[in-house]
Design a protein around this ligand. Structure first.
Ligand code: HEM
Length: 345
């Protein structure tokens, strides 16, 4: 990392958390690294930028390190952006486009509005990439690499990220509304949405494990804690104490933007505690609890139990499934955007 410094300097950061992250990072580098290959029919490769922008990965990593030191939630934000990017037209940076007079972006879709964060961080990383190698590294690749770094920096696994994606020149608000899963959806609907993207039930259970980090807004879990949820209706988290705390954070009406951690044990450590909370019946999102509690979820419940008891199995599958999700490509001809928020003129 020599020679690279943050584009922003931060006065303070949480030393203890950092120490923990470093330790977990070292552990994950040592034990869980996987050389995952791009899958057909994608044109992606590991050395796509080796001649044109050899330091691309270092630039992204440096900015991510700074941002995560500043606030670990930044890691969660980027991980989610990559998911919401890949599920609409493929991983093509379409999620990053702002609305303009001639283009309606995806940011106002039901699962994105008032919810997605991290766009400023993407701009920061892109600025650094543009100053190193102008017009070379796509915003879609930026997100894929940054999502891997986000995982690693919170103590999760490392994987090699195949690159070579192009950025979309168009977006689809309709597809964003239709294809991104919602927190009040039952298991069948979740599985269907993943299968439509070529992702298996195993991919679903492993990828949702990303909820081991980050926060959800009251609007996303009110149905779960006051009833009205499709299948686990009215159950709420099994723990009365947790339920009480969540209801304090999230009143029956109002307070839509108040947040709670999806993994209340270790909200900013990428570990398998999220699955343990599902086994305990304490999932925050109704959709998450469905993976374990749905009446039709034999296979998913088994996977949840496996990951709850075996962090390495989770890490390996998560890495593999992230590469698979990252390989969902947009068949339309694309470009390398100069600014992630706008198509090139
Ligand atoms: C069935 C699938 C999924 C559903 C229904 C779902 C739903 C949600 C919801 C409702 C939130 C909270 C948003 C808010 O209240 O503002 C959230 C947050 C999050 N999701 Fe998912 N998600 C799913 C899959 C995934 C996947 C595959 C990933 C990444 C690989 C992911 C990563 C995240 C992260 C990291 C956060 C926290 C973001 C933050 O703290 O800002 N999710 N998700």
């Amino acid at each position: 990392m020599a020679g690279f410094s943050c584009s922003l300097q931060y006065d303070q950061y949480q030393t203890i958390l950092l120490g923990l992250m470093m330790m977990m990072t070292a552990l994950s580098l040592g034990s869980f690294s996987c050389v995952c290959r791009a899958q057909d029919p994608s044109q992606l490769s590991l050395d796509y930028y080796s001649k044109t922008c050899p330091d691309a990965q270092k630039v992204v990593r440096t900015e991510m390190e700074c941002a995560v030191k500043e606030n670990p939630r930044n890691a969660a934000a980027i991980l989610r952006l990559h998911f919401h990017d890949c599920f609409v037209q493929g991983c093509d940076g379409s999620i990053l486009l702002d609305d303009t007079a001639t283009l309606k972006g995806e940011k106002t879709a039901s699962q994105n509005a008032n919810s997605l964060i991290g766009f400023d961080l993407v701009d920061r990383i892109k600025n650094q990439l543009e100053s190193q190698c102008p017009g070379t590294v796509s915003c879609a690749d930026l997100l894929a690499i940054a999502a891997r770094d986000a995982t690693l920096l919170l103590g999760g696994p490392y994987w090699d990220v195949p690159v070579g994606r192009k950025d979309a020149k168009s977006t689809s608000l309709e597809l964003a509304d239709a294809d991104i899963p919602t927190p009040d959806q039952g298991l069948i609907a979740q599985m269907t949405k993943f299968l439509e993207k070529g992702l298996s039930v195993t991919d679903l259970v492993a990828l949702v494990g990303a909820h081991t980090v980050g926060m959800a807004r009251c609007a996303s879990f009110r149905g779960r804690i006051y009833g009205g949820f499709e299948l686990t209706s009215g159950l709420g988290p099994a723990s009365e104490a947790l339920l009480g705390k969540l209801r304090e954070t999230c009143p029956a009406s109002g307070g839509d933007g108040n947040v709670a951690a999806m993994d209340y044990v270790t909200p900013y450590l990428f570990d398998n505690a999220f699955y343990e909370s599902l086994v305990a019946g304490d999932g925050l999102l109704g959709s998450d609890q469905e993976l374990y509690s749905s009446l039709v979820g034999f296979e998913t419940a088994d996977l949840v139990k496996t990951y709850a008891s075996d962090a390495i199995a989770f890490f390996e599958q998560f890495s593999e499934s992230m590469v698979k999700m990252g390989n969902i490509t947009n068949p339309e001809a694309g470009e390398v955007r100069k600014m992630c928020r706008f198509v090139n003129t």
